[in-house]
Design a protein around this ligand. Structure first.
Ligand code: G3P
Ligand code: MG
Length: 254
């Protein structure tokens, strides 16, 4: 059983508009919206106290003024971090976003969300799904949400929590499609495959395009190099700056 066909997002801003604002923050989503993006991709994980937050790494050093592991934080200590200054002085004081705050913003802006369930080494996939998925399903309509993960336990738990593929669109994330990729997508009643565009071959892309399943590629920032992938049947691109693709398309038509 596969999810019914629907219009797939063509451009998804990776970790928000991460080329221009600190990744995975409210500012990055606002920047994506201001730049005309309709969809964002964001990573969700749990703090040590079980609070879902929008964060990519297992550690906090790269994208904040703190040190150590995300799992060592609780909501109170996380709220004190500056998750903006590392990117630029104008973002000083930007907070690590909780999932709750992020959903409220996305809801208010009417954007689409590709939420990636990020299961770092040693973390519990089921716990993440149980904490992050119900509020997300509650906040957003099904056509404005795709939940993806590299972690098969997380995807399985998500499908167990919501069995109807019309109400929860799941995306199978991988660097390249497994040989018999359809076994995985069928088992999960998945909506989409999310693959690394640099590892995609024409035969595999066309094979996927021939099926109901949507195909998204990450993380592409060069529209010229990416051009041939549209011809191969790719449905959408996950990019740090989707506006580059749109501007390029306009230029090509001129
Ligand atoms: O969802 C696509 C992409 O975000 C997967 O890789 O490491 O950027 O989360 P990563
Ligand atoms: Mg991601």
């Amino acid at each position: 059983m596969t999810a019914p066909a629907s219009k797939a997002p063509r451009y998804i801003a990776h970790r928000g508009l991460s080329a221009r604002a600190p990744e995975n923050t409210l500012a990055a989503v606002q920047a994506a919206y201001d730049a005309g993006c309709e969809w964002v991709e964001l990573d969700v994980q749990l703090l040590g106290d079980g609070t879902p937050v929008i964060w990519h790494d297992a550690g906090i050093k790269r994208c904040s003024d703190g040190r150590g592991k995300l799992v060592k934080l609780d909501a109170e200590s996380a709220a004190k971090l500056d998750a903006g200054s590392w990117f630029g002085a104008q973002y000083r004081g930007e907070a690590m976003a909780t999932l709750e705050a992020m959903l409220a913003l996305i809801q208010r802006l009417g954007m689409g969300l590709n939420l990636e369930l990020k299961v770092c080494r040693g973390r519990n996939a089921i716990e993440l799904v149980q904490a992050a998925l119900p509020p997300t399903l509650e906040a957003l309509p099904a056509e404005k949400l795709i939940v993806s993960s590299f972690d098969r336990h997380a995807l399985t738990a998500a499908r167990a929590l919501e069995s109807d593929p019309d109400r929860l669109r799941l995306g199978v994330l991988d660097d390249k499609a497994p040989k018999r990729w359809w076994l995985e997508t069928e088992r999960l009643s998945a909506y989409s495959l999310h693959l690394d565009w640099r590892k995609l071959k024409i035969k595999r892309a066309q094979e996927i395009a021939d099926e109901e399943i949507k195909l998204f590629c990450y993380t592409a920032n060069d529209p010229v190099t990416f051009e041939k992938l549209w011809d191969w049947g790719v449905d959408g691109v996950i990019s740090d700056d989707p506006t580059r693709f749109v501007v390029h398309a306009g230029e090509a038509a001129a």
